[in-house]
Design a protein around this ligand. Structure first.
Ligand code: TYM
Length: 417
């Protein structure tokens, strides 16, 4: 990749040239022909595709071919729980929800809490497990179908995932991992295994059903290096290569770079209170001029304006209204303060509604979680041997932050069919 920008699963910096990224990563652009096909099959084209927010894919036509022949796919996406969810994370998840509704298909959702423990010095296992739970509330709040959605944490579903992960790991050399991810001798050995864990859910539906199941993975383009490796290895294991569809990055409120949890002042979290969120929006970088007079005379520059990007990505569905706003800005007929205030109002009302749903999610989250520890929970509910139960409780408390009395629904992904 050239020096002007960098996109890896752990770092995005500089001004990303998405057309160039398609070339470098070897993905395919989402073109008008594909959009026409999409419309023919589903009846409409959602905003995220129309605006090319989802701009690139691998084998999406193959997924549609199979779908048209009556073979349904499984959706798979995920989160590396290193902190609270921000609006950027919601973008691929909202698109995934649209896909679940449109194609009526199951979703496997992975929380790579092991990855975040391994990659972040400051985080403990309990921290990342805790964020798995907190982030899962955001996923549930988006309204996924509990009967068709399976959320799991690597740390708690490892028995199931590990068997598949080692199949992948056996075929993935250190030299490939180094070439793809830039690992060196100072990288901890856990990180080298992470792509194998992230590959496992792409094959899990096939393992569970005992036949090849097509899988579609929506995500932002930063995760593509993992799935390039997954796709290379899939045929060696006799599985289908997973297809994928990629979005661009929601920028930070500072302008061109990616919204990122490492810069809290320019990032809107789903848990931000209205006052904080409003303040962040009002302090955002805009394409405005130095004075009102100049702005009236010269007009603003929406293409560099973070506020305009937020309307474009999430907060103005109506294309005509979006165009009208852009034109008014360019002609100097609208000032930045007005644009910011209106966006702040929209962001706050979105957050208020989301936070209400997030609270309600706490009551139903069990319906979504799958875990290898179900059997252990079951044992705790029907204690046979007091000593054994005490031992189990202690180890569970230590290793998986499970509190006594917590309940995890005994639900397995494989019960679906
Ligand atoms: P993570 O937690 O970095 O990101 C979760 C999802 O959000 C996307 N994303 C963004 N999308 C738009 N704008 C942004 N500013 C932005 N920042 C992040 C990411 O691409 C991702 O789709 N290792 C993964 C977790 C994972 C996963 C998966 C992701 C496990 N299995 C399958 C996608 C698909 C991670 O750390 O994601």
């Amino acid at each position: 990749m050239n020096e002007e920008f960098k996109v890896t699963p752990w770092e995005v910096s500089g001004k990303v040239d998405y057309a160039r990224l398609i070339e470098v990563f070897g993905t395919e652009p989402i073109d008008d022909k594909l959009l026409e096909r999409w419309k023919r099959i589903t009846g409409s084209v959602p905003m995220a595709l129309q605006r090319k927010i989802f701009f690139s894919h691998r084998d999406l036509n193959w997924i549609l071919d199979l779908y048209e022949k009556g073979e349904k796919f499984v959706l798979y996406t995920g989160r590396g729980p290193s902190g609270n969810t921000h609006l950027g994370h919601l973008m691929p998840w909202m698109f995934t929800k649209y896909l679940q509704d449109t194609f009526d298909v199951p979703l496997y959702f992975q929380m790579t809490d092991d990855e975040k423990y391994l990659s972040r010095d400051e985080l403990s296992i309990k921290d990342t497990l805790g964020f798995s739970y907190e982030n899962a509330l955001d996923v549930v709040a988006l309204g996924f179908d509990p009967k068709k959605t399976f959320i799991f944490s690597d740390l708690e579903y490892n028995k199931t995932l590990y068997r598949i992960a080692i199949e992948v790991a056996k075929r993935l050399t250190f030299s490939t991992a180094k070439a793809v991810f830039g690992f060196d001798n100072s990288t901890n050995v856990g990180m080298i295994f992470i792509t194998s864990m992230q590959s496992a859910p792409a094959f899990l539906p096939s393992v569970e059903r005992g036949k090849n199941v097509p899988v579609l993975i929506p995500h932002a383009i930063d995760q593509d290096p993992h799935f390039r490796v997954t796709r290379d290895i899939a045929p060696k294991l006799g599985y289908y290569k997973p297809a994928s569809v990629h979005c661009t990055f929601l920028p930070s409120l500072a302008g061109s770079d990616k919204m990122s949890a490492s810069k809290p002042e320019t990032t809107i979290y789903t848990t931000d209170d209205p006052k904080t969120a409003r303040k962040k929006v009002l302090s955002a970088f805009t394409g405005g001029r130095v004075s009102v007079e100049e702005q009236r005379k010269l007009g603003g520059v929406p293409s560099v304006c973070a506020i305009f990007q937020y309307y474009y990505y999430l907060f103005e569905e109506d294309r005509e209204k979006l165009n009208a706003r852009e034109q008014k800005c360019v002609r100097g007929e609208i000032m930045c303060g007005e644009c910011k205030q209106e966006l702040a109002g929209r962001v706050v009302s979105f957050l208020e509604r989301h936070q209400e749903k997030r609270e309600k999610a706490k009551e139903i989250i069990d319906e979504f979680i799958v875990s290898d520890y179900s059997a252990a929970y079951d044992k705790l509910k029907r204690p046979q041997d007091k000593k054994e139960v005490a031992k189990l409780k202690k180890s569970m408390k230590e290793y998986c932050s499970v509190k006594e009395g917590d309940r995890i629904q005994i639900k397995k992904t494989k019960e679906l069919e």
